[in-house]
Design a protein around this ligand. Sequence first.
Ligand code: DC
Length: 232
Amino acid sequence: MDKIIIVAIDGPAGAGKSTIARSVAERLGFLYIDTGAMYRAIALWALRTETALDDMHRLEALAISAELELIGPGRIRLNGEDVSDAIRDRAVSEAASKVATVAGVRRALVEKQQKFGETTSVVMEGRDIGTVVFPEAQVKIYLDASPRIRADRRAVELSSRGQVVSADELVGEIEDRDRRDRARAHSPLRQAEDAVYLDTSALSPVEVEDEILRVVRARTSNGKSLTRQHVE
Ligand code: DC
């Protein structure tokens, strides 16, 4: 059996993590895991049940009891229901960033995330994958881009879902979320010391993917731990 390889991709919202992580996973034949979707699913459940977003105990209980199933790239089921589209709502983005500050929620979700990497090679994206979830990951990438570029990308993504919001309006929201993600006491967003930093502002997705695959090859030494199909 191949050695299990963990590719950890962290960075702020809109740095291009999802598109790139999904595609890198496909090219490597690894499982793609979007951990933000897990925080979003808990936030959605909290909003639906009118759970106060500062009720730490209740939020932790939701995270522990949530049945989260990854049902394909970027798609997730919460307690049997496909919530992949519902979790992309702006209100859920806001709530997810609050829910993600709760230590008990993080503990419960990190445990679920670590289980995914026990049995198969994964490309996992989030904010704390290289620092907390898999500090021993062979490959760590920190993706970044300027707030303006991230807001433009988010506006395009929202408009493809029928939500028209100007990028100007989104810059403020993105900066607020960044502040919250970076300043929180538990597992704040930060670059792991051994992560490769990539600014995607002026790069195409394919250029970023190629660079990540180059790092994967280099970090998994002479390619021995990857199958031929994995390294092409
Ligand atoms: O990547 P995203 O925008 O879908 O993430 C939603 C929220 O969850 C965001 O505010 C950051 C938070 N998050 C986190 O704290 N840790 C992760 N590993 C993934 C996401």
